[in-house]
Design a protein around this ligand. Structure first.
Ligand code: NAD
Length: 282
């Protein structure tokens, strides 16, 4: 990536030496009809990292937006994910080809196993297929999403590659201290999905009081909290003013006391499924 592409946004170095912008744009629940315009608006606002997935049904539109943005392909970091139902090796390799086709790209940056689906198939076989994909050079980096410690431990024991990232649900009501520490101990970067708990934390009085003091919104304070913890985030919005608001995070800082006060809001409350119990195949 060029320096210009990364104005203001720090990068995090992954375990294969590549760098990921710490702030990106999430596209879950952005309908295909809206996804191209929303992604273009995010790129115009300065985002250079887009998080999509086969499951979201909008890889094509995300790819079109990047192609039409006028930005160099190398200046936009692209993540996609292997959908549930394609965990067997041959299915995974075919799904990877479809993702590349849909994105309209010869290669992209980061591919994740979307869910471990512990009661369905075998995610170790899937991970070995991910290693094959990476060896072709058509994806630079591979990682996982929604993996718990036991799932990661099996990959460490039975395969050659440590995932570069683990994308898990994290926000002030689900701070995930234990799993985040386990990721860090193994050189895995934590990506925090639903960083705003899909909006649930935005009226929290503790966060609101900090926001009033620093003259920012509750969304900005929450996202800044994640960044200061070192996690990668990609909030989602289709409202242009919010897309811009969620990007304006690099000209203020929270104190250590603020960081602790927000972390103390933890209630182990998920907005999404528990990965140990989720075995859904579309
Ligand atoms: P989020 O926590 O980013 O919240 C998004 C919602 O918050 C929006 O729909 C909007 O209603 C509200 N919002 C956003 N910015 C706001 C602002 N500035 N002011 C007021 N309200 C605002 O939730 P998310 O979309 O679920 O998560 C972000 C991204 O994480 C997704 O788009 C997707 O890319 C990824 N994700 C991954 C998984 C996974 O299993 N790997 C699961 C869920 C999400």
């Amino acid at each position: 990536m060029t320096a210009e592409a990364l104005i203001n946004v720090p990068t995090v170095t992954l375990n294969n030496g590549t760098q990921i912008p710490q702030l990106g744009f999430g596209t879950y629940q952005i309908a295909p009809a809206d996804a191209k315009a929303a992604t273009l608006a995010a790129l115009e606002a300065g985002y250079r990292h887009i998080d999509t997935a086969e499951m979201y049904g909008n890889e094509k539109e995300v790819g079109q937006a990047i192609a039409e943005s006028g930005l160099a392909r190398a200046d936009v970091y692209v993540t996609s994910k292997l959908n549930n139902g394609f965990h067997a090796r041959a299915d995974a390799l075919a799904a990877f080809d479809r993702t590349l086709d849909d994105l309209g790209m010869e290669s992209f940056d980061l591919f994740l196993i979307h869910w471990p689906l512990p009661a369905v198939g075998d995610y170790v076989e899937t991970w070995k297929a991910m290693e094959e994909m990476q060896r072709t050079g058509r994806v630079a980096t591979i990682g996982v999403s929604n993996f718990q410690q036991a799932h990661l431990q099996r990959l460490f024991d039975e395969t050659d590659t440590v995932p570069a990232v683990n994308q898990i649900e994290v926000h002030p009501y689900l701070t995930q201290e234990t799993l985040r520490a386990f990721n860090t101990e193994h050189g895995i970067v934590t990506e925090a999905w639903s960083p705003l708990a899909q909006g649930n934390v935005l009226s929290d009085p503790v966060i609101a009081a900090i926001a009033a003091r620093v003259g920012r919104t509750t969304a900005q304070v929450t996202l800044r909290w994640h960044l200061q913890r070192g996690d990668v985030v990609f909030p989602k919005s289709v409202t242009p003013a919010r897309v811009a608001e969620n990007f304006a995070l690099f000209d203020f800082e929270l104190t250590d006391a603020d960081q602790l006060a927000i972390a103390a809001l933890n209630r182990d409350e998920r907005t999404g499924p528990n990965p140990d119990e989720f075995n859904y195949i579309p």
